[in-house]
Structure formats: C-alpha cells, structure tokens
Design a protein around this ligand. Structure first.
Ligand SMILES: NC(=O)c1ccc[n+]([C@@H]2O[C@H](COP(=O)([O-])OP(=O)(O)OC[C@H]3O[C@@H](n4cnc5c(N)ncnc54)[C@H](OP(=O)(O)O)[C@@H]3O)[C@@H](O)[C@H]2O)c1
Length: 330
C-alpha cells in the first residue's frame, strides 16, 4: 500500500510517499481501503509537532477518510446497520493516519455512508460538521431564534458551523477577514456578515444583534478577536472555544463572564468522540442524513493526489483554503 508519511516534524513539505505492507485487522478491527482522505487545519500543526496530540513518528496525516471495508478482524460480526461488512461504504474519524491507501480501525468507529452521499462529501464532514453539531447543540445548547456569531466563518470549521446553526434554527452572523470570504459565507446561508479587518468586531456584533449582544460566539480564530467577541456576548450567552487559527491563545477577563452571567465552553470534539462513541455515531447519522437531503452542502476547495499532500496542506497553512481540501488515493 502507499502512504504519505511524516518521518520528521519539519512540516508538510517534508512528507514522503512510501510503499508499506498492507496491514491486517486485529481483533475488533476492520481493514478499510481509503478512497478519499480529508485535511484539516490541524494537519498544519500535527506535521510540525505543534498539535495537542503528538503521534509517534513516523505517522500519516489526515484525520478523516471515506472508503470501503475490505476485511473484518477476529470477533467482528457483520452488522450492516453500522457499516460493518465487507464492501460497506464507510467514513471514519481517525485523528491522524488517513493519508494512506489502507488503514485498520476499530469496528465501532466506522459510520455507513448513505447511497445518496458521495465519498467526497462524506470524507470531509466528520470534523467540521461533527464539531459544529457537538459544539452548537451539545455544548452551546443553541435554541431556535438565537443569534450565533462565527469567527473564521469562511474556513472549513466555520462554513460547517454556519450551515448547522441555520439547520438548528439560529440566526447567523459570519465574521471573516475579507469581503470575498464573506461572500462565500453568504452563499452558505449566513444571515449577516461582518468584516473584522475593516470594522470593529465588538460594535459590529452589537449592531447586528440590535444592541443586546449575540447568544453564542463560535470562535475558530482566537487571538485578538476573542476578547472583542466576548464583550459582544448577550446575558447568559455561551462562548464556544473552537480553535486558535490566529496562532495566539487569548486570555479572557473573568469579570466579563461574571457580569454577563455567561459560559465559556471548551469544545474538544475529538475527545468527545472517544468518550461517547454512541453519541458521536448518532450525530454523524444526523449529519449524513442532512447532507443526503441537501440541507448541508459540504464545500470542497479541491481534490489532490496523495503525491501532492504537502502542497495541499500548504493551502491551509497560507489561509488559501475555502472549504475542505481532499486527498484522493487513486
Ligand atoms: N475544537 C475542536 O474540536 C476543533 C475541531 C475542528 C477544528 N478546530 C480548530 O478550528 C480552527 C479552524 O479550523 P479550520 O479547519 O476551519 O481551518 P481553516 O479552514 O484553515 O480556517 C481557519 C480560518 O481562520 C482564520 N484565520 C485567522 N487568522 C489566521 C491565521 N493566522 N492563519 C490561518 N487562518 C487564520 C481564517 O479566516 P479569516 O482570514 O477570515 O480570518 C481562516 O478561514 C483551527 O484552529 C482548528 O484546529 C477545532
């Protein structure tokens, strides 16, 4: 099998493509032939040893995949409902390791792909839509009619959050750095847009929420935007800490949390998946159902061959990706 391997932590340009022996599934595992692997911002970090999870070298990047089950390990009973049978079309969140033509994975981690959903849509939906549904529903307790401000709204995580927030009945203010990016947010359903390069984030969010403030901040960016967004949160609002794409982890004044009676909620979707596999599968089925109905439309930035994975991760590095960056194995 072919694999993209990080043999050092020198970033995406140092990734090599190597032939390895195809693995055999152990007890409780399945062997999957990967068709598509999807990249995320975390691949820019994990390839440099800067992500919170540091896999042992050598490892393959790419946190999520779509593929076909090719073999079942000992003790794995076929279960079509759960996508566990030879020939099943499945998708899976791995954390890392997806950029290879074959993987073994625990049988309880795979999710069947409905016939109506493409591999491209399914491969890249788990991290972005999964984080959005877990963040907005499970952590943010979003209620229909509430206002959600999304920072970094044109990135992979942000676009998915726009669509999920709309599906849950929220009113969405998308915030991003350029008008071109904000146009994409509009196309994905944002009700309002705010350019945080040319306008003040706090007063802009207040103005777009009729002065009462926003109910939820979904912050993919961190940095200097965070405190401004917290200041624009309404009474009993929820500030969802999603990521720090700006590179700077902000410190927030707790007096604001007291004065607003608000919650600052950490959202660590990958850990939530590991701790609650049944809840994860339920969320994935809901998301795949919405994709099948056309309610969610995963935006694909581009699809690249495995040999170009380094430059594909570079798109995320240079802030050029608009939606998901996919890697094809064929
Ligand atoms: N908590 C979780 O479970 C979870 C799950 C998924 C992702 N995340 C995190 O969420 C964040 C966004 O992920 P993503 O996949 O949406 O990434 P992405 O597609 O690269 O988007 C990141 C967005 O952040 C903004 N940004 C601001 N400063 C930036 C900088 N210095 N470099 C790059 N982007 C910058 C960019 O928008 P503007 O130019 O408009 O500012 C960009 O659209 C990452 O930190 C990721 O690790 C967390």
């Amino acid at each position: 099998m072919r694999a993209a391997l990080c043999t050092s932590l020198e970033g995406p340009d140092a990734i090599s493509i190597i032939d390895l022996a195809t693995p055999t599934p152990g007890p409780g595992e399945v062997l999957v032939r990967v068709n598509i692997a999807a990249l995320n911002f975390l691949d820019t970090l994990i390839t440099r040893g800067k992500y919170q999870i540091k896999p042992q070298l050598p490892f393959s990047p790419a946190a999520e995949i779509a593929g076909i089950v090719e073999a079942l390990g000992d003790g794995v009973e076929p279960d079509p409902e759960r996508g566990v049978f030879i020939g099943a079309r499945i998708c899976c969140f791995l954390g890392w390791g997806g950029a290879r033509s074959h993987i073994v994975v625990a049988a309880d981690r795979v999710v069947p792909i409905p016939d109506i959903v493409s591999d491209e849509a399914a491969a890249g939906m788990s991290v972005t839509y999964g984080t959005a549904l877990h963040g907005l529903k499970d952590r943010g307790r979003l209620q229909a009619g509430e206002t959600v401000a999304i920072l970094g709204a044109s990135g992979g995580a942000g676009l998915a959050a726009i669509e999920i927030a709309k599906r849950l009945g929220g009113r969405v203010i998308a915030a991003a750095s350029t008008d071109e990016r904000l146009l994409l947010c509009r196309e994905h359903g944002a009700d309002e847009i705010l350019n945080y390069t040319t306008s003040d984030l706090k007063s802009g969010l207040k103005a777009l929420s009729q002065g009462r403030g926003v109910d939820i901040v979904y912050d993919c960016v961190g940095g200097d935007h965070a405190q401004l967004a917290l200041r624009a949160l309404a009474w009993t609002g929820r500030y969802l800490v999603i990521g720090f794409a700006a590179g700077k982890i902000p410190s927030l004044p707790l007096n604001l949390v007291l004065l607003k009676g608000c919650d600052i909620c950490g959202v660590f979707w990958g850990e939530a998946v590991a701790r609650d596999p049944a809840g994860h599968r339920a969320n994935m089925r809901e998301i795949l159902g919405w994709i099948g109905e056309g309610v969610l439309t995963p935006h694909i930035h581009g699809t690249y061959p495995l040999s170009q994975i380094g430059s594909a991760i570079g798109l995320l590095d240079r802030r050029e990706a608009r939606g998901k960056v996919l890697i094809t194995m064929s």
